[in-house]
Design a protein. Structure first.
Length: 99
């Protein structure tokens, strides 16, 4: 019984170790991300509120952006920005710098 509780607790803690995904690019600031985000979001939008997360991410990668992951509550130590993370987020969310 105790072994089961230890396994469950370990899995919960392991899941908490992975934080949200961010975009980073050397020398970038919010204005640079906002411009690229807007262009990529426009190109990936199929209709109002409907878009392709895959096309959006592919566009940002082509512009030199890299995805990094936060660790738990720790934030990356490079400039990082949040963009769309799912097809359902194409509703006009403005880009954010979270640092």
């Amino acid at each position: 019984m105790k072994l089961g509780a230890v396994i469950v607790a370990s899995l919960v803690l392991a899941g908490c170790a992975n934080g949200p995904m961010y975009w980073t690019k050397p020398g970038a600031n919010l204005d640079v991300f906002a411009a690229d985000h807007t262009e990529c979001a426009r190109g990936a939008t199929i209709g109002y509120g409907v878009g392709s997360e895959t096309a959006y991410k592919r566009c940002l990668v082509a512009k030199g952006w890299t995805r990094i992951q936060g660790r738990g509550t720790g934030m990356p130590d490079v400039p990082y920005f949040r963009g769309y993370e799912g097809d359902d987020e194409f509703t006009g969310m403005p880009p954010q710098q979270l640092q």
